[in-house]
Write a protein that binds this ligand. Structure first.
Ligand SMILES: [Zn+2]
Length: 429
């Protein structure tokens, strides 16, 4: 093979001797060289220079390329080398680009149109374009780069991202490339498919449950039916349509039993709106949509995904109100015994029997900071319990067959049953 006393041209000549390459794919192999040039401009320039060098060689009589070499390079490189060779040497059958099948320009246009269609009706101020890895284009590109020992190349994924991005920017006015974009577009070069996703919106607030038998999430029984007809999640779901979204997820700071009311200033909650096509909203409107007789959700502000774990992991004290039924009847001293035995007490608690199916059996220690007992009738007393997060309060009443100790039952030496339970307060800082 010849030498044109120019490293770049030698490499380009070697590339076209081995592979048919369109202007864009040849130019991409030399992307490191030249500023403010597009890859097609680079590729075209190299082919023009090659054609001129070959032309010069043809005239000088010092032919460094054989006839076969010339025809192969012309077939692989196309115009303007092919024009020259066809004129001086003989017929040339142009070949399709080895990397892209000479389809990359059309593919860029097609992907751009698909992106634009998917962006219709979506609100966004920033966008990010991704290209799925390991396409057949990319595999062939790697082979070419490896075979030719080229170190000045740019990947096809990067070129596609940039080129589609430039075209989208022209039309939408939005420059791609934000780390946390409103919209993410992911292109697949092989299937020519585009997936689009709007980044989530996180709405932060709190909820109250004014009624009983309301689960936090929808709770399905084994036969697929709903255990409870209402849920906090169900009320939050009303937001899905407000944002033209795919749905919502709720993230709360713990959970009370479905049959317990959640009162006071409520339990912290973050509603995650998934793939929201609409991004702009007014809090007032959001809270209006969430209005419900039994579940009160109030959104105060938006937040980021970073705060999710913080809210979910928060361990704050709670104030409970339990009404307990003592079938054998109560005496005044019973109340004192319960107050003294459970105020400032550490409760040893094995996982309650009622949830052993869902959670593994562990022993936990939780503090009751304060307990106040009040007789309501011969068989009923009201207990106000201020305790650490994570205490199973119903079991503090029953004793759960000895699994929770001490308990109201164990202190009284009489069976004691919770009639109902309220979370009076989730203690915030
Ligand atoms: Zn190509």
């Amino acid at each position: 093979m010849s030498h044109l006393n120019n490293e770049l041209l030698d490499k380009a000549l070697k590339a076209l001797s081995n592979y048919p390459l369109c202007d864009r794919c040849l130019g991409r192999l030399f992307a490191k060289y030249g500023l403010r040039l597009s890859n097609p401009e680079r590729g075209r320039a190299l082919k023009v220079l090659l054609a001129m060098s070959i032309h010069k060689g043809l005239g000088s009589g010092s032919d460094v390329l054989s006839k076969e070499d010339l025809v192969r390079i012309a077939e692989n490189g196309g115009s303007p080398i092919s024009d020259l060779v066809q004129h001086y040497v003989g017929p040339v059958n142009l070949r399709k680009c080895y990397i892209c099948g000479s389809k990359l320009d059309a593919l860029l246009s097609e992907l751009t149109v698909k992106c634009l269609n998917l962006l219709k009706g979506r609100e966004f101020k920033s966008l990010l374009i991704g290209v799925e890895k390991n396409s057949t284009y990319e595999e062939r590109e790697r082979e070419v780069v490896f075979t030719l020992s080229i170190d000045s190349w740019e990947s096809i994924r990067r070129e596609v991202k940039r080129e589609v991005g430039k075209r989208l920017q022209l039309i939408t006015g939005v420059e791609p490339g934000f780390k946390e974009p409103d919209v993410l577009l992911v292109l697949n070069l092989d299937t020519k498919e585009v997936r689009v996703r709007s980044s989530q919106i996180f709405l932060k607030g709190y909820y109250l449950k004014l009624g009983r038998n309301i689960s936090q999430r929808w709770w399905y029984s084994k036969n697929g039916g709903l255990r409870y007809k209402a849920s906090v999640e169900g009320v939050a779901e009303k937001l899905a349509s407000v944002f033209s979204s795919d749905g919502i997820l709720i993230h709360a700071a713990g959970r009370e039993d479905s049959d317990a009311r959640m009162l006071g200033s409520g339990r912290p909650l973050i509603i995650e709106v998934i793939n929201p096509r609409k991004k702009s909203f007014e809090l007032e409107r959001v809270n209006e949509v969430l209005r419900d007789d039994w579940v009160k959700i109030k959104i105060l502000t938006t937040t980021s995904s970073g705060e999710l774990e913080e809210v979910k992991k928060a361990r704050k004290p709670k104030v409970y109100r339990v009404v307990a039924y003592v079938p054998e009847g109560l005496e005044e001293e019973d109340l004192k015994r319960v107050e003294n035995g459970l105020s400032n007490a550490v409760i040893f608690q094995r996982t309650p029997k009622r949830i052993l199916k869902r959670k593994k059996d562990v022993l936990r220690k939780r503090a009751v900071h304060k307990l106040i007992a009040r007789m309501l009738s011969k068989n009923l007393m009201e207990l106000i319990v201020v305790c650490e997060s994570g205490l199973y309060v119903k079991e503090v009443v029953t004793g759960d067959e000895g699994r929770t100790n001490p308990s109201v039952s164990s202190l009284l030496g009489k069976e004691s049953l919770p009639v109902f339970l309220d979370v009076l307060e989730y203690v915030k800082d």
